[in-house]
Design a protein around this ligand. Structure first.
Ligand SMILES: C[S@@+](CC[C@H](N)C(=O)[O-])C[C@H]1O[C@@H](n2cnc3c(N)ncnc32)[C@H](O)[C@@H]1O
Length: 264
């Protein structure tokens, strides 16, 4: 599952020139999309090969073209360890990821529950399904100038994510989609208790909102997992939240960006 969801069984194929178009200047973007539309009519596509190493793919340091998750093998291994630990220790609660993108980490969480024949826990998949929000720099000064929202690469529709679950035979009523901005969906989500709280929203605001709304629901013994500690905004939100709430549980290092702690 981990290799497949990370597309590591295959070499990274070239990607369509339109795939990362939002990072280009308006003029180049216009040219690329116009030429691509014309070529598409005669069923031709321009693709390009990116200069990425196997190590970058394995450690989740690239924006992949085809994988269903970008978090890399160590963070998947760690996620498995956290889920198996809460199951073994009988820590109550559902599992959530805030920031699902193509759904790969959530599909993996569902697969672990399936492997252990767990039917009384749900996987909550929280995402706008339209990419990251524009920064609200008045409320969250750390997000000033954040450019994540310009990348259409992060906008994966709910339908596509559902299809990804379906491909793995893992779309069922244990999977619950929370569609919309975290600040709107998380407060009214039908969640009583969580055993796994996985945060992957990249920005200060997205991380802090998830922590403020969901951390009180995390059971004692549950895991709070941070995907983006290498991003300054996310790190600041985690550090602010921990210090503001006097959380001094040991922060464990997963890899170059992943962290987790266990709630006491
Ligand atoms: C880096 S991607 C997540 C990667 C994913 N966890 C994986 O396994 O590869 C970040 C996701 O967070 C979502 N996101 C970030 N901030 C959000 C917010 N405030 N509300 C809703 N979705 C948000 C984006 O739409 C995007 O899909």
């Amino acid at each position: 599952m981990k290799n497949t969801l990370s597309f590591l069984l295959w070499p990274e194929p070239p990607i369509a020139i339109t795939a990362m178009n939002s990072s280009r200047s308006p003029v180049v973007r216009f040219l690329v999309s116009t030429i691509s539309k014309i070529l598409d009519k005669i069923r031709l596509q321009i693709v390009y090969k990116r200069d990425i190493s196997e190590d970058q793919r394995i450690t989740g340091q690239i924006w992949p073209g085809y994988a269903e998750t970008m978090i890399g093998l160590k963070r998947l291994d760690s996620l498995q360890h956290c889920i198996e630990t809460v199951l073994k220790d009988g820590v109550e609660g559902d599992l959530i990821e805030t920031g699902a993108w193509r759904g790969g980490a959530c599909i993996f969480m569902r697969a672990v529950l399936a492997a252990y024949e767990i039917e009384n826990r749900k996987i909550f998949v929280a995402d706008s399904f339209e990419g990251l929000p524009r920064p609200d720099s008045e409320k969250y000064p750390s997000d000033k100038g954040d450019k994540h929202h310009i990348h259409t690469y992060f906008a994966v529709s709910r339908k596509d994510v559902e299809n990804n679950f379906r491909k793995y035979g893992l779309l069922d009523d244990q999977v619950v989609f929370l569609e919309g901005w975290f600040k709107d969906t998380l407060p009214k989500a039908p969640i009583e208790k969580l055993s796994i709280l996985r945060l992957d929203g990249d920005m200060y605001g997205s991380t802090l909102e998830s922590l403020e709304i969901l951390y009180p629901k995390l059971s004692s013994g549950g895991f709070c997992i941070i995907d983006d500690y290498a991003l300054p905004g996310c790190k600041a939100a985690v550090d602010d939240f921990r210090s503001g709430n006097a959380i001094d549980s040991e922060m464990n290092i997963i890899d170059w960006t992943g962290r987790y702690w266990r709630k006491e």
